[in-house]
Design a protein around this ligand. Sequence first.
Ligand SMILES: Nc1ncnc2c1ncn2[C@@H]1O[C@H](COP(=O)(O)OP(=O)(O)OP(=O)(O)O)[C@@H](O)[C@H]1O
Length: 315
Amino acid sequence: MTTRRTLTDQPCLQLKGLVKRFGDITAVDGLDLQLGQAQVLALLGPNGAGKTTTIEMCEGFLEPDEGEISILGLDPTMDGERLRARIGVMLQGGGGYPGARAGEMLRVVAACAADPIDPDWLIRTLGLPDVVRTPYKRLSGGQQQRLSLACAIVGRPELVFLDEPTAGLDPQARHVVWELIHSLRRDGVSVVLTTHLMAEAEALADEVVILDRGRVVAAGPPKDLVRCGAEHQLRFTAVPGLDLGSLQEVLAGTHRVAETAPGAYLVDGLLSPQLIVTVTGWCARMNVLMTEFQVEQRSLEEYFLDLTGRELSYR
Ligand SMILES: Nc1ncnc2c1ncn2[C@@H]1O[C@H](COP(=O)(O)OP(=O)(O)OP(=O)(O)O)[C@@H](O)[C@H]1O
């Protein structure tokens, strides 16, 4: 899609001690974040967690009360003009010109860029050919979303901010957007996105930051977050009434073992390849045939619930 950028070690986004208050509400409360080049960062959190406020400060639309922001080495408040040519912004809820036709809108944005992506290619890729002549205000919510995404990336930005890029999209359109974000990353573009969707963060992000009430409650690669927050459960079925005492002995008390229903067994505790070998090896020695074998991990969603006592996604 684009010419691949040369990778550097410089963080393209760095936030230190960021604070933003609206009257009595502290929307962002001492946030530290860093993002490397060609990385995707997902800000995850419930309504009001401070995601939009954070990215609006990064985009230069809001001024922080405290802290420092460096975007591509620039201060978005002081260097907004210089920065705007190098970043792409997709606002929550679209943000297009109501009377402008979809195709024209994208071409106007492309014309402002030195080396734009071909607008026709973006229109085809995002499934918008049938609405190029339709005014923005008459596009469906999903079409407005996709057009806004096209406008955010048509100028080949170095860093893109996408505020809930797939909100309201059907699964097929969501998949197209995910593919586009993957290809941006492959081309060396860094992406900051906000989402309520755990699956989206897991599918796209190198780094997930979970916010709650303006603070980071957890951060890391999605797999690590699931792993570090999770006790795991291994379940298997076999003939009822197995002698679980001997399995417990083999496991040396590290896991809880139970027959939860006749023939349904649960091994509860931290999961590892060694645990699977131990349990299947024990079955083999006891001449027990497992008829089902299942590993259950807690999702990021459940991890968030554990951390905050609240649900993460409720749209
Ligand atoms: N302009 C504003 N004036 C007053 N309060 C605001 C303003 N913008 C945001 N807030 C408040 O700051 C807090 C954080 O809001 P923000 O929009 O950043 O959350 P969010 O995580 O993006 O939520 P959502 O997922 O609903 O978009 C909320 O309590 C919100 O009501």
